[in-house]
Each structure stands twice: as C-alpha cells, then as structure tokens.
Design a protein around this ligand. Structure first.
Ligand code: ADP
Length: 363
C-alpha cells in the first residue's frame, strides 16, 4: 500500500497508529507532542510515565486513549546542529523504528508528522526527503498505508530550486498558451472562411460529376431530377462503410492492455509497477482484470510515471483513459515538467503537486 502526503492535524486522523515527535522524557511538550497529549487525555501521560523515557532515534508504543487511533508511537527526533552531527542517521532510525513497531503491532495504517522539523530545527525539505526515503524503502517490502501529515502550510517551503524551476515552467506555459490562443482567435475567422469555400467547391464538383454521369446514362432526364439523383448519390458516397456496431467491436488497445504490455516490455513485475506508481494492490488487480477499466486521471498518470514513458507515449496512454495533458492547468503543467525533464520520482512529483495545492498521484 502506498504513501500519502496530506495536510492537516494528526490528532484528528483515523488510522491504526499516529507517531508523536516526542522529547526524551516522553512526558509531553510543545508542538505536535502537546497537541497529541491534549487530545488523548491523562491516560496517555500516565502510561508514558511508566516507559522510562526514550533515546533519540528510538520509538515506544502506547495506546491511543481518546484519540481516534488505536496506538501512539512515540519517537524522539534529533535536534538539528548543522547536519554534521549524525542528525540524518538518527532521523532515519526514528522512521525505521516507528514503522517496525507499527508492523509488529499489526497496524495497517500509520501517520507521521514531519519529525524534528519544528522546535528541533531540522530543515523541512531535508526532513521530508528523509521521511519519504525511509517510508518508501519500508513499503517496498511491506503492505501498509503510511501518511505524512503536513501541518503548517506557510512554513512548508521545500526544494526552493526545484519549485523555482516549476514556477518558471508554469509561467512560460501559461504565457505561450495565452499567445497561441490569441493567435488562434485572430486566425480563426479567416480559416473558417477558407474551409467553407473549400467545402462549397468540393460540393459543386461532386454535383457537376453526378449530373454528367446521370446525363450520360439517361439523356432524356435532366434538370430537377438530375439534381435529386445527384443528391442521393452524394448521400450514398458519404454513408459510413462500417456500422456503428462494427466500429464498437473494433476498439483500439485499451489503457489496461497498454499498461500490461508496457510492464512486460520494461521487464518489470506487476508489484514493482504498482509500488512505483504508489497505487495499492487492490486497485491494480481491478485494472488488470478489466480491460475497459477507466482509472482516475491521477492513477493513470501515476502509471505513466511508474513506466517512465516519454511525453508522446505518456500522452497516448492517457488518451486511452480519456485524458489529456493540457497547457492551461497547473496540475498538467507540473506533470509535463517532470516528464520532459525525465524525472520520474513519484514522491518528488507529489511533493511538487502538494506544494502547488494540486491532487496527488496514486492512491
Ligand atoms: P520537533 O520537536 O520534533 O521538531 P514539533 O512538534 O516542534 O517537533 O514539530 C514537528 C512537526 O510537527 C512540525 O513540522 C510541526 O509543524 C508539526 N506539527 C505541529 N502540530 C501538529 C499537528 N497537530 N499535526 C501534525 N503536525 C503537527
């Protein structure tokens, strides 16, 4: 099952376990720790008192008390001291230890705040990268739904350079789109006139030819009846060769068929593919077993990214599910940006979509 980046208050989340960014006393503090203790009530503090604290990088489990989750996993993140003091390793072990504790206690869903990224000062972009890395590594061998909960949008400013680039890309695309739109509008009436003229000419040619044919075959008939015959010949000429049923029985390769073909061509396994797409097994089996299954746009794109398709193939596969990448909405432009730059890291793409308040890929 996949990783989901969401915005919100972790104390409100209904899942098997939430993770607390605690301090080593485990007796409550500020930030997310304070919020969790307030929402859980005194029972949590009483249980925490019996745990004898917790070392940095380690994790301990309690019940959830008045929280909507079954368990709280308390982990102690490192204080940021410039990055050369083992902070990253310690932060990684917070995620690893919390996840293995969750798995040992049968949790199917667990939610993390961005550990250490508040009072402990770990830069948010790096904290998010560590979180994503460790969770994805864990999910490659386990089935669990893992949330990263981002609380504070304003202070959440990740990957300045990457986002600067995307912003420029969005601006350029909007600009070039606006430009071609104006051109199109200017050209449109002229082009329409030309088309009408051409069509009229073509009709006249057909009329003349039909009249000639008719007169050659039946010289005693002329005038109005020639016109009538000419009209009926025209109609016949335009009648479709296939019936609608024939056409419907002759569908192109579907989205699901192309997906399975591409998985084979890339030498991937199904599991590799749906994990890379951040899609869960159930949804994948649905798509696999129904050749006409129509996935949501975010799911369709998630598979395009998992398969690392270049832009044209990506557009082709999306079209099979009934979608396009337009240049007039941010979501599509962000996706195109990553594909054009051959960056198929779905979690990085989701960070970018998240930053620009767009729907995320996968489940
Ligand atoms: P730390 O001491 O590990 O830095 P903090 O609680 O100060 O822990 O902050 C960790 C992260 O948790 C910060 O990014 C902060 O914005 C976030 N946070 C604070 N309250 C909540 C909450 N109710 N739900 C989710 N995240 C929260």
């Amino acid at each position: 099952m996949p990783l989901k980046l969401i915005r919100g208050d972790i104390t409100k989340l209904e899942c098997d376990a939430i993770v607390n960014a605690a301090n080593s006393t485990l007796l409550g503090g500020g930030g997310v720790d304070g919020a969790i203790h307030r929402a859980a009530g005194r029972g949590l503090l009483n249980e925490c008192r019996k745990l004898g604290g917790c070392k940095t990088g380690e994790a301990k489990l309690t019940k959830g008390y008045r929280l909507p989750c079954r368990f709280v996993i308390h982990t102690v993140g490192p204080v940021w001291r410039g990055g050369d003091n083992g902070e990253e390793d310690l932060l990684r072990s917070c995620y690893r230890n919390s996840l293995s504790l969750a798995a040992d206690n049968g949790c199917e869903s667990v939610a993390f705040p961005l550990i250490s990224s508040g009072v402990y000062g770990y830069p948010k972009d790096r904290a998010l990268r560590v979180a994503t890395d460790e969770i994805v590594r864990f999910l490659s061998g386990s089935e669990m739904l893992v949330y990263i909960v981002i609380f504070d949008k304003k202070s959440f400013d990740i990957g300045e350079k990457l986002f600067g680039d995307i912003e420029a890309f969005i601006d350029d695309s909007y600009a070039s789109d606006a430009y071609s739109y104006t051109l199109e509008r200017r050209r449109a009436p002229v082009m329409m006139d030309i088309c009408l003229e051409e069509a009229a000419e073509e009709d006249e040619k057909i009329d003349r030819r039909n009249k000639k044919l008719y007169q050659a075959a039946a010289p005693s008939f002329a005038g109005a009846s020639a016109d009538k015959l000419s009209a009926s010949v025209k109609k016949e000429k335009r009648a479709p060769k296939n019936t609608l049923e024939d056409e419907l029985n002759n569908l192109d390769e579907s989205f699901s068929e192309m997906l399975l073909r591409k998985i084979d061509e890339k030498g991937m396994t199904d599991v590799e593919c749906y994990k890379r797409a951040n899609v869960d097994r159930k949804l994948f089996s649905k798509i696999r077993s129904d050749r006409l299954y129509r996935p949501s746009k975010t799911t369709a794109i998630a598979f395009v990214i998992a398969l690392e398709l270049p832009l044209e193939e990506a557009k082709n596969m999306l079209m099979k599910a009934g979608y396009a990448l337009s240049r007039s909405n941010k979501f599509d432009i962000i996706i195109e940006y990553f594909i054009v730059n051959a960056n198929y890291d779905i979690f990085e793409i989701n960070e970018a979509l998240f930053k620009f308040d767009q729907n995320l890929l996968g489940v």
